[in-house]
Design a protein around this ligand. Structure first.
Ligand code: F6P
Length: 550
């Protein structure tokens, strides 16, 4: 290990409450300096060249017995062991400098004060408001801008109405099946959370999630349900998304063809576009606001299927867990702020080590949809190539995010994680106590999570050739005491905010998604060409495929 490098807690000069260096840095951020033009960026490059790329975890632990304590962090409902990452105190200190110099604190303050930080859509970003508990309204209303106080009042009115409806459905014995039709953020969040919290689901209520435009998905669900026992939820922020509109229209046709007439009882819409839902023929609607991004909408009316499953109190607990993480993100010093530390690690790995992906391994089958959920969160938010002004960036942004639950992934792609040529930081998520398990299982599960993180770091160098494990492969270990609505809420909010952190440092808009638009337009054009056979002005490949498909 390099003698100049010191391990242990971050340097005092970098503490967020520190002296002039901090103020200077903050003013650089206020000038809007792009991250790669900050002094900290250059310092991190030099640090990486000198010590970062040759950093050895095994040596770091040998030299610093306190490393686990120094690089772990308690946050609301989540404990994080960051010690098996390729960082030392200096790395962390420089990353904190980068955060300040890139204006992270200013951007965070702008979000929490309701500024329109989603500039390309001229929208505020206030999903945190959806989990702000009512009592805070009283205290916050004086301090918060009037617009936020007004929004918060509406949030609580809508939440109360939505949860009252959820309770009504729960006590309605005739409704046994709830079919959520939505895609992207209108599917991934509620589906992931409903699976995660299945233990809390009211028996007798079956949840189905239909997202794909592939008619097989809806047809399979319709074959299992009866119109008189089914509640269809049309979940779409815009109420224009082709997949959801196609599925909703087919579900309504099926319902009516089966003799169903009471649309008001059997269909509800979760949308910001209540007029379009009414035009579609749905009168039971739960609204939300344009300042809730699709991938941040679990906390809004989009969470209705989950609320039906786990009840009003369970849903409020989910919001409370997320709110606790919001407060941690908003107020904990940067050096002890878990979303900040995770987001900075993401930047360190992506921009200085050049790692192209991150693998997520939930050691919990209940969390099996977490990787899919996080893919949208990370890659739709930060998969951007231009800065806030639209200028192309010279550095990399979002990594590829991928993964499967452990232990399944171990028997599929962990080979590559241990012995492949790419280094992939792994994020393990484990749950200490699991109520719905069987004797002996959870210890085996947890032992596997520990073993993988240990093996990635330690390696095995006495084997040689094919049996050589290089080790020194980084991992983060997130630990929940139990998987409850509150801890899940905190875990998701943690992930939202870490994505905010890296996006803020990169100086990109994490809240738009223009990249999904082109394909939507082309699909509309090709749908009519599939019918007509018109291939005029198409490229050769698309023409060839179109002809084969007809
Ligand atoms: O196409 C991408 C996207 O706009 C996502 O951002 C969003 O979560 C999803 O489609 C669904 O959109 P909507 O809720 O408006 O149907």
């Amino acid at each position: 290990m390099n003698a100049e490098r010191s391990d242990g807690p971050p340097r005092a000069s970098s503490a967020p409450t520190g002296g002039s260096a901090t103020h200077e840095a903050a003013s650089v951020g206020a000038l809007g300096l792009r991250c790669d033009r900050t002094p900290a960026w250059a310092a991190l490059q030099a640090h990486h060249a000198k010590a970062g790329k040759s950093f050895d975890l095994r040596e770091a632990f040998a030299a610093h017995p306190q490393r686990f304590a120094d690089f772990s962090q308690d946050a609301p409902h989540v404990f994080a062991d960051l010690s098996k990452n390729l960082i030392d105190a200096q790395t962390q200190s420089l990353l904190l400098d980068l955060a300040r110099q890139s204006g992270l604190e200013e951007r965070r303050a702008a979000m929490f004060s309701g500024e329109k930080i989603n500039a390309t859509e001229n929208r505020a970003v206030m999903h945190f408001l959806l989990r702000d508990p009512a009592p805070a309204l009283v205290g916050r209303a004086q301090a918060a801008p009037e617009s936020i106080a007004n929004e918060l009042a509406q949030v609580h009115q809508t939440l109360d109405a939505m949860l009252a409806y959820a309770e009504q459905v729960r006590s309605d014995g005739a409704i046994t099946d709830i079919v959520n039709m939505g895609i992207g953020g209108s599917d991934l969040g509620p589906q992931m959370a409903a699976l995660a919290l299945d233990e809390f689901r009211l028996p007798g209520k079956r949840l189905h999630f239909v997202s794909n435009i592939d008619g097989q998905e809806l047809a399979t669900v319709l074959a299992q349900v009866k119109p008189q026992n089914t509640l269809f939820l049309v979940a779409s922020k815009t109420f224009t998304t082709t997949e959801t509109m196609t599925n909703a229209a087919s579900a309504k046709r099926w319902f009516e063809a089966q003799g169903g007439t009471d649309i008001a009882r059997h269909f509800a819409a979760l949308t910001t576009n209540v007029t379009a839902a009414n035009d579609f023929g749905i009168s039971t609607t739960f609204g939300f606001w344009d300042w809730v991004g699709g991938r941040y909408s679990l906390w809004s009316a989009i969470g209705l299927p989950l609320a039906i499953a786990i009840g009003a109190q369970g849903f409020r607990d989910l919001l409370a867990g997320a709110h606790a993480m919001d407060e941690h993100f908003r107020s904990a010093p940067l050096a002890h702020n878990l979303p900040v530390r995770l987001g900075l690690l993401d930047v360190w790995y992506r921009n200085f080590h050049g790692f192209t992906s991150r693998s997520i391994a939930p050691y919990s089958s209940a969390l099996r949809r977490l990787p899919a959920y996080l893919q949208q969160l990370e890659m739709e938010s930060n998969g951007k190539r231009v800065d806030l002004e639209g200028n192309a960036l010279p550095f990399a942004t979002a990594p590829v995010l991928w993964g499967e639950p452990g232990t399944n992934g171990q028997h599929a792609y962990f080979q590559m994680l241990h012995q492949g040529t790419e280094v992939v930081p792994v994020e393990l998520v484990a749950v200490k106590r699991v109520a719905r398990s069987l004797p002996g299982h959870n210890d085996k599960l947890l032992a596997n999570a520990l073993a993988q993180a240990q093996a990635l770091m330690q390696g095995k160098t006495d084997g040689g050739g094919h049996k050589h494990f290089p080790g020194n492969r980084p991992s983060t270990f997130l630990l929940l005491e139990t998987l409850t609505p509150a801890s899940l809420g905190a875990l998701i909010a943690l992930q939202e905010h870490r994505v905010f952190v890296s996006g803020a440092i990169w100086g990109i808009n994490s809240f738009d998604q223009w990249g999904v638009e082109l394909g939507k337009v082309l699909a509309k054009d090709l749908e009519s060409r599939l019918a007509s056979g018109d291939a005029a002005a198409l490229d050769g490949s698309t023409t060839g495929l179109l002809q084969r498909l007809r």
